[in-house]
Design a protein around this ligand. Structure first.
Ligand code: HSE
Length: 401
């Protein structure tokens, strides 16, 4: 029997317990031994809960129990999750986590600590919820030089953008629905401002480069400035608005960013809707591959945590190699990244637009007092200068089409 402990009995933690119970037969067979949830750490008591007798409030009970060999850290946040995870790994107990904040900021040192102590720090659930993407990067794509990762990595914002596009529903109403369905972070700012997607792309970028891509250095823009008028223009142009998190290797440099983009039908991410996430990966010999599934929610995320538990159970005290060093991977300034932009400008500013941007095809979406146009490809820096000089400027979106 393999004894495990769950840290945090919230949405994901209770999902872990539920998945282990629901799929007990297959899980135990695949793990090679029966899994048993011996402890659940939480500040709260859960009177009447089927696992009430396993609740503990002191992490030392878990740490000092030699029978516990695998810990699921589903607390979220940096502390005390970092301290508990480090202590567990130093005691030779493997840790499986859904905590993207912790993985993004301390992934390299947690993996190194696991290596030194012949156990594992696994984090499949930290990116894309239930979608297997960490394991493909660490196992199936190791023969590739990864050139590009583009992802829809946040279920809450994808849900909101989908509803806004399909139903013209108000931003606040959609956010509330996403919160009720258990997709959103406790602080919804992390979702809507793009911080959550930023941490997730930092994790994928670190696995892509084998070094630490610091999330603080990734240019991040959320969806709070996307308006219903933007959707009118997108519809008129046959384009879709998606919050993309992306890392690219171009001419010896890495670029990473999170921002809302207009994407076309030729981009396979255009049809990823609702809470679904998808990750598009291009390798130099494989070409394109894509990973799709539920990017948030209790059971999908818990399923990924439990898959890591099974992996740990199968490997015992053997460390599973994961190349992610502490050394920092520098990112290039996105000012040099080249793309097209969609601009909204005040009616009457056509001449000014032509003087600054050259030839342009006007897009009218029935928005009073303004029109839109697509620019030619130019660098972010060049666009920024022109947009600032445009007196009739109303707004802009980046274009990936
Ligand atoms: N708030 C996150 C999302 C949860 O909406 O994608 C999964 O990380």
């Amino acid at each position: 029997m393999i004894n495990i402990a769950v840290l945090g009995y919230g949405t994901v933690g209770s999902g872990v317990v539920e998945v282990i119970e629901k799929n007990k037969e297959v899980i135990d067979r695949r793990a090679g031994e029966a899994l048993y949830v011996k402890y659940i750490l939480d500040l709260r008591d859960f009177p009447g809960d089927a696992y009430e007798d396993r609740i503990v409030h002191d992490f030392r009970i878990i740490l000092n129990d030699p029978e516990v060999s695998i810990i699921c850290e589903t607390m979220g946040g940096l502390e005390p999750a970092l301290t508990f995870s480090m202590q567990a790994l130093k005691a030779g107990k493997s840790v499986c986590t859904s905590n993207k904040e912790l993985v993004a900021s301390h992934g390299a040192e947690l993996i190194a600590t696991a290596r030194q102590n012949r156990c594992n720090y696994l984090f499949e659930a930290s990116v894309g919820g239930g979608i297997p993407v960490i394991r493909p990067l660490n196992v199936a794509l190791t023969a590739e030089r990864i050139e590009l990762i583009d992802g829809i990595l946040n279920g809450t914002t994808n849900y909101i953008l989908t509803k806004m596009a399909q139903e013209g529903t108000d931003f606040e109403v959609c956010l509330k629905e996403a919160q009720e369905k258990g997709y959103a972070e406790r602080n919804p700012e992390a979702d809507v401002e793009g911080y959550d997607a930023c941490r997730k792309i930092a994790i994928l970028a670190s696995l892509m480069t084998g070094k630490t891509v610091r999330y603080e250095e990734i240019y991040t823009e959320g969806i709070t400035k996307v308006t219903k008028e933007d959707f009118l223009y997108a519809k008129k142009m046959g384009l879709f608005i998606k919050l993309l998190a992306s890392v690219r290797y171009e001419a010896g440099a890495y670029y990473a960013m999170v921002a809302p983009f207009l994407v076309g039908e030729d981009n396979p991410l255009h049809s990823v809707n609702d809470v679904f996430n998808a990750i598009f990966i291009r390798g130099n010999t494989l070409g394109d591959s894509m990973y799709y599934g539920r990017g948030a929610g209790k059971l999908p995320t818990a399923s990924a945590v439990v898959s890591d538990v099974i992996d740990c159970a199968k490997h015992g005290r053997k460390h599973i190699i994961c190349l992610w060093e502490k050394e920092k991977q520098p990112l290039s300034d996105i000012g040099g990244a080249c793309r097209r932009f969609f601009v909204r400008a005040k009616e009457g500013s056509e001449e000014e637009v032509r003087r600054l941007f050259g030839r342009m095809a006007r897009v009218d979406a029935g928005v009073p007092g303004e029109f839109g146009f697509l620019t030619e490809p130019m660098t972010e820096r060049e666009f920024g200068e022109k947009a600032e000089a445009l007196e009739g400027f109303v707004g802009r979106l980046r274009v990936d089409a």
